[in-house]
Structure formats: C-alpha cells, structure tokens
Design a protein. Structure first.
Length: 100
C-alpha cells in the first residue's frame, strides 16, 4: 500500500477549502441577501444564519480569511495524511510478507 505524501495531500485540501471560501465570497457578493440566506439555511438544516451574516466586509478581511482557511485546510490535510500513513499497515497479517 502506498503512503500519502503529507505535503501534497495537505496542499490539495488547503486549495480545495480556499476555493470553497472564495466561492462563498463571490456568491455573497453577486446574489441577493434573501437567496444567500435561504441557501445557507438549507445547508444547515434550517438553522437561521441571518443574524450572523456579515454583508459588509473589507477586501483585506476577505484576504485574511482566505489565508486563515488555507492554513487550517493545510493542517487538517496533514493530519489526515499522517493518520492514514500510520494506520495503513494495520490490516496486514503478521508474518505473511504481503501488503494489504
């Protein structure tokens, strides 16, 4: 069984979550507030997100958000790859010489 490259996997997760974050920003900038609220309420099983929505945000706050979510995504991806690599051989039988 192959090991995952921790750096590559972490980078992939970071890019994916940063892309989702940027897509969310674009959605909020281009869609009416009522539709955005309805969309996020449906994602959260009816939880009302309207009181916590921030409609006015400086560009630098969005930039910091992208950087923060990228870092968190990278750390989460590194954790997943590390756990995968540590546990990858657990399914092998002792002494059979074969990889699972």
């Amino acid at each position: 069984m192959h090991e995952l490259s921790i750096i590559r996997f972490a980078f992939s997760v970071a890019v994916a979550v940063a892309t989702v974050y940027i897509s969310c920003v674009v959605l909020m900038m281009t869609t009416p507030e009522e539709q955005v609220t309805a969309f996020f309420n449906s994602l959260l099983h009816g939880l009302d997100v309207e009181p916590i929505m921030q409609w006015e945000m400086a560009w630098w706050e969005m930039g910091i958000g992208v950087i923060q979510i990228f870092i968190l995504g990278w750390l989460f991806g590194a954790l997943i790859a590390s756990v995968y690599n540590v546990t990858a051989g657990w399914g092998r039988k002792a002494g059979d010489g074969k990889k699972a």
